[in-house]
Design a protein around this ligand. Structure first.
Ligand code: CRA
Length: 777
């Protein structure tokens, strides 16, 4: 028996007093993970020399860690045979919840980057918050979203080690708390692999319990300090692409930024002595969106309190930090009220003023006219603009897809680009092929490896060698067989999780991502209604039976997003209850969509829905995961879709709708009512919201959705995301796709060409670009 298997047995016996046959799933999970940890720890030491990069992020959406870690360590097969020997199998870990310490794309990107850096030999450590509760768990009651806390630690946390000795104190105006780090090894895959570190900080009280107060029978006062401290890392704010101007949110941001910087300064001094002037040569820090931007005044403070003058300290700050922008949505650009900021971290405000003064001098030097200065001010009308601070005090600002970076430069922040063009650069997002192909789709992985070898696992460009196989009928058939198998498996999962019988012979058309108006799940819903009426009216006669699948969480306070969930659930009910479309249409909205669910859905998809309004989705990353698993993209010219179809061929994908330039031209004159009046199909599906066809349980939310399109609201114009503009082209493109799939082999060829051209969307490529072009590591 191997050392690994022996360790598992021993841990089960000593810690739980059970044999594998007697153990619970959580006990097996804990023992297997810790046995693997014991091996990882041998290779897990931070080298004393060499520059390191640090990824500061409020979110790390790691998902389930056991599979990826065992895979990268080469222990997956051994684990499977150990379990088999005891009558168990790897599927048992499906019960273990995800580590969902992130909302969506931004947090998952951070997780993919960690995997890629460790695999590519890039020394990159993650720094963030160890939230007590991750992203809420979602269920549906009568089609409405209900939220429950996500107590992810109930499955134990065997992949983390508490490092008491590295705890630091973090000072706020009204409290001082301890930040205690929990470290996880980030285990790379293959020959160049490193074991890097993910360090997540937990907030705790200095004095968790006041004995005096307790003795005076003041029981809740006795633990008040503890509760107030722990509140800081208690929950992940459940928003993405929106900002939350809350005091606690600012506390979270300062908490992990200050703790991480204190940590780095301590390490730097231990290695290089007290003079911090070489800090930027030892550490490169990437700010994942503006959430950790408060690090800028904090590092300035630390350096100046050590005696450095402003100019020297500012130079170190600029060379250390780089900033990634993930959205141009106005509601997501963070600003902090000056008074709120001062009431939380008063010690930092003077340093924000120093930054503002330095900016003022720079603008004067560059002769920026007075009336234009408003666009630059960090402190402006009683607010602190974090994105402006992040551009001004770093050496690099990057967007996350080509179009997104161009929009930043030329329409979102043109005045900044005019002054500092050399700072702006693009780093198109990527995904790790270890999790998003090797692990989640062993069947397709096997087929690919059988054709071109397994080099793609650490060098995704090798997929190019599949191009000749796209025309090979045997490969096409093998691909179709794999797809069928993944659909069958998904149908089984959905049967058990949702109690819904999905037909595995249907075409699977999937939209999974956070629920947001700009992502236009609502337009997808309207298009399904159009299909439904088209069939019933006899306009559509030869549809390839299609199942429309959705997965999405809505931010709990986002009223319309929750209305859209209810709407799609009502359409599902309508379709399901109608004999006339039985055998042709199915609609299902899965509950609690998360990373693990994505790993089941994506391999089974034939159509990838990427239908955001042009110019709104910075990049998207699920588009890349679908492509890699051989789905065609049905999408708009937006985000990374553009680069995807450029790589895989427009003829192998389905692009429709207005482009950024079209929308810019149209903006002033756009009138959705005109489309509504002129186009009976549009009228038909819109009216279904308010004519009694669909019921919103008397909440009025369907009327609100209807009005958001046709009337607008005090804060926006009617149909601000141009649903009606794109609806008919969308429906028609969908029908064209639907006709194309009837030629199974021709369709398989398109899918294979998508896979073959997915190489550039590996996060290995992205991370190498960051390492070379931004961090110099
Ligand atoms: N919501 C963008 O909207 C992008 C990811 C990662 C997002 C996505 O298009 O793929 O970031 N933006 O770059 C964001 O979170 C705060 O902004 C996202 O995940």
């Amino acid at each position: 028996m191997s050392a690994f298997s022996q360790d598992i047995l021993e841990l089960l016996r000593l810690d739980y007093g059970v044999s594998p046959e007697q153990a619970s799933t959580v006990q097996i999970y804990d023992a297997v993970s810790r046995a693997a940890m014991a091996q990882a720890r041998r290779r897990w030491q931070t080298p004393a020399r060499g520059k390191r990069a640090c990824y500061f992020s409020a979110e790390f959406l790691m998902g389930r860690m056991i599979g990826a870690n065992l895979y990268n360590m080469g222990l997956l097969k051994e684990c499977a045979s150990f379990l088999a020997a005891h009558g168990l199998d790897m599927n048992m870990f499906e019960e273990i919840g995800d580590a969902a310490l992130g909302n969506g794309g931004l947090g998952r990107l951070a997780a993919c980057f960690l995997d890629s850096a460790a695999t590519c030999g890039v020394p990159l450590d993650g720094y963030g918050i160890r939230y007590r509760y991750g992203l809420f768990a979602q269920t549906f009651e009568d089609g409405f979203q209900k939220e429950a806390p996500d107590d992810w630690q109930r499955f134990t946390d065997p992949w983390a080690v508490r490092r008491e000795e590295d705890a630091v104190l973090i000072r706020f105006a009204d409290q001082t708390v301890r930040a205690v780090p929990y470290d996880s090894p980030v285990i790379g895959c293959g020959e160049n692999a490193l074991v890097n570190t993910l360090r997540l900080w937990q907030a705790e009280a200095q004095r968790p319990f006041d004995f005096d107060l307790f003795n005076r029978q003041k029981y809740s006062a006795a633990v008040e300090e503890r509760d107030r401290a722990e509140a800081i890392s208690a929950v992940l704010y459940p928003n993405d692409d929106t900002r939350e101007g809350k005091r606690l949110r600012l506390k979270q941001q300062y908490f992990f930024s200050a703790a991480s910087l204190a940590d780095l300064v301590k390490r730097y001094k231990a290695a290089h002595g007290p003079d911090l002037s070489g800090f930027a040569e030892a550490y490169a820090i990437q700010l994942n969106d503006t959430h950790p931007t408060i690090s800028i005044p904090e590092l300035l403070r630390l350096l100046m309190e050590e005696g450095m003058d402003f100019d020297a300290a500012f130079a170190v700050v600029c060379r250390t930090f780089a900033y990634t922008n993930h959205t141009i949505m106005a509601e997501a650009l963070e600003k902090w009220d000056v008074n709120l900021f001062k009431s939380v971290v008063p010690q930092l405000y003077p340093y924000v003023e120093l930054l503002e003064n330095a900016l003022e001098m720079e603008l004067a030097l560059r002769r920026v006219p007075r009336e234009k200065k408003q666009n630059y001010r960090i402190i402006c009308r009683g607010q602190i603009h974090m994105a402006r601070m992040a551009i001004f005090a770093t050496h690099s600002t990057n967007g996350v897809a080509r179009i997104h970076t161009e929009i930043i430069k030329h329409s979102a922040l043109p005045e900044w680009y005019a002054l500092w063009p050399e700072r702006f650069n693009n780093k198109t997002n990527g995904i790790t092929q270890r999790r998003w192909l090797a692990l989640c789709n062993p069947e397709l992985s096997g087929l690919i490896t059988q054709r071109i070898g397994d080099g793609w696992i650490t060098d995704l460009d090798q997929l190019k060698r599949l191009v000749p196989y796209a025309d090979d009928p045997a490969t096409q058939d093998a691909f179709l067989a794999v797809k069928e198998e993944k659909k069958r498996q998904l149908a089984q999962v959905i049967r058990s999780k949702e109690g819904f019988r999905l037909d595995p012979t249907f075409l699977y058309d999937i939209q999974i991502k956070r629920l947001h108006e700009y992502k236009r799940q609502f337009m997808n819903a309207l298009s399904i209604l159009d299909l439904y009426y088209g069939i019933k009216e006899g306009r559509i006669t030869d549809l390839q039976p299609t199942a429309f699948l959705f997965g999405a969480k809505a931010a709990p306070g986002y009223y319309r997003a929750k209305g859209i969930i209810k709407l799609i659930n009502e359409i599902a009910r309508l379709v399901d209850g109608d004999e006339a479309v039985r055998g042709l249409l199915q609609v299902v909205f899965v509950q609690n969509y998360n990373v693990s669910y994505a790993e089941k859905l994506i391999p089974a998809a034939e159509v990838s829905e990427q239908i955001s309004t042009a110019g709104t989705e910075a990049s998207g990353t699920s588009n890349m995961k679908f492509m890699l698993n051989g789905a065609v993209t049905l999408g708009t010219y937006d985000g990374a879709n553009i680069e995807i179809v450029e790589a895989a061929g427009e003829e192998n994908n389905y692009i429709f709708g207005a482009r950024v330039e079209d929308i810019e031209k149209l903006r002033q004159s756009y009138d959705p009512k005109q489309i509504y009046q002129a186009e009976p199909r549009v009228r038909r599906v819109m009216d279904a919201l308010v004519d009694g066809t669909l019921s919103d349980g008397s909440t009025g939310v369907f009327r609100e959705l209807y009005d958001s399109i046709l009337e607008g609201a005090s804060w926006h114009r009617p149909d601000q995301y141009y649903l009606l503009l794109d609806l008919i082209p969308y429906c028609e493109t969908r029908l064209r796709l639907n006709r194309d799939v009837r030629d199974r082999r021709a369709f398989a060829k398109k899918c294979l060409l998508n896979i073959a051209n997915a190489g550039q969307f590996s996060s290995d490529r992205t991370i190498r670009q960051y390492a070379r072009e931004i961090w110099s590591v």
